[in-house]
Design a protein around this ligand. Structure first.
Ligand SMILES: Cc1ncc(COP(=O)(O)O)c(C=O)c1O
Length: 387
């Protein structure tokens, strides 16, 4: 049977074996309800707070600034909706970038239907948000700005330090979607002028369905749910204990491995990029020359259809994506790539290759041997179809 090679770590990462072990033991042995007053409850509560501390240590924040959610999507939704819910009519304007994750864009659209005003700041052709454009978009009615840290399709790192400082000067709250940076970059919540940050476990070798919103002490936010006192009454409901324990274990591992792992992943990414550029000279690397995260290689292959390339690679056991997993499959072009000013056709010629803890040089070798042949075939086929 042909070996399957996973090069789509921006969509999700395989759970680390230590995470699986911690979760299994939580399910089998430490299954109590952390709100119970007896010993089962105390043991579960201890595991809950240990996980919270691990996540806080990786995020460089206080443990009581970590509020568990069902993932990055819920954290993004909550940040926007929670801020808006407490604003007077005169302060219902939000500024976001045009290539935010759908969890931010679609929540903003929803709030617009309820009377909020939303400004989408454009991004540069190479995939960066300009802090001065954010500054210009802020008005006396703005209550918050939301700009992601690392773009999930391009890997470009946004200037959140600078945007945070200007938000502070302008007196508006700043939320960042840190789902693709947490555990990978040196993300220091306590050193940034950021009041709210979304994170997710399944991007850092943890389980799906668990994440958190980091809420800086003193930030006023409407509650996410009602009916209980969990998460200090802000996000109520019995906690997803196996998920939380797995998230804590994943964070602990990232804290130890992050730097060395980042360098190794960067090496794989750079090798892959160099070799593919040699083999396919007109290949375009999105975000090249700018500040990029180590794990993501976003490519445009002129004259090819990204989805067809992805399917052809999949048939040869190589799993990559055309863009975000949640919008892949939807026809049309990615909103991230069209936000760069690309035509629908050019946007549809993209491929995203993303590396992780379990990626190897053999994966890179296999991709670099296979992709150029597939590209050549596709180009020849399209010439044959046109003529
Ligand atoms: C930047 C970004 N934000 C939010 C999310 C959503 O996170 P989750 O899958 O945990 O809901 C993702 C996941 O792809 C993401 O990449």
């Amino acid at each position: 049977m042909q070996k399957r090679r996973y090069l789509d770590n921006a969509a999700t990462t395989p759970p680390d074996p230590k995470v699986i072990e911690a979760m299994t033991s939580c399910l089998a042995e430490n299954w109590g309800n952390p709100s119970s007053a007896h010993q089962f409850g105390h043991d579960a509560k201890m595991a809950l707070e240990t996980a919270r501390k691990e996540i806080a240590a990786l995020a460089h924040c206080e443990a009581d600034e970590v509020y568990f959610t069902s993932g990055g999507t819920e954290a993004d939704n909550w940040a926007l909706q929670g801020v808006l819910s407490l604003q007077p009519d005169s302060k219902r304007h939000i500024v976001i970038s045009s290539f935010e994750h759908h969890a931010v864009i679609d929540q903003a659209r929803q709030l617009e239907k309820l009377g909020a005003a939303v400004t989408q700041v454009p991004v540069s052709a190479s995939g960066f948000v300009d802090a001065s454009a954010v500054n210009q978009a802020i008005t006396s009615q703005t209550c918050m700005v939301s700009v992601m840290h690392v773009n999930n399709e391009l890997g470009t790192i946004q200037p959140i330090g600078e945007i945070g400082r200007l938000c502070q000067t302008r007196g508006v709250l700043f939320h960042t979607d840190a789902v693709q940076s947490f555990g990978k970059l040196d993300f220091r919540f306590n050193e940034l002028s950021v009041q709210l940050a979304s994170i997710s476990a399944h991007k850092i070798y943890g389980p799906k369905g668990i994440g958190a919103l980091l809420i800086k002490r003193g930030t006023r936010l409407g509650a996410r749910s009602f009916g209980g006192s969990q998460e200090r009454g802000q996000r109520t409901g019995t906690e997803n204990m196996p998920g939380i324990v797995g998230f804590g274990e994943a964070a602990k591992l990232c804290r130890v491995l992050r730097e060395e792992e980042g360098a190794r992943i960067r090496g794989l990414r750079d090798q892959c990029e160099t070799r593919l550029l040699e083999a396919i000279p007109d290949l375009i690397v999105n975000g090249k020359g700018g500040n990029r995260a180590d794990a993501i290689l976003s490519l445009r292959v002129p004259g090819c259809d990204g989805e067809e390339l992805m399917i052809a690679l999949d048939m040869r056991g190589l799993c990559v994506s055309t863009g975000a997993a949640c919008s892949a499959g939807a026809r049309g072009a990615s909103h991230v790539l069209t936000a760069l000013g690309l035509s629908v056709k050019d946007a549809r010629s993209s491929l995203r290759i993303s590396f992780g803890r379990f990626s190897t040089m053999e994966d890179v070798d296999a991709l670099c041997e296979t992709l150029p042949t597939i590209v050549k075939q596709q180009r020849e086929n399209s010439i044959a179809t046109v003529t």
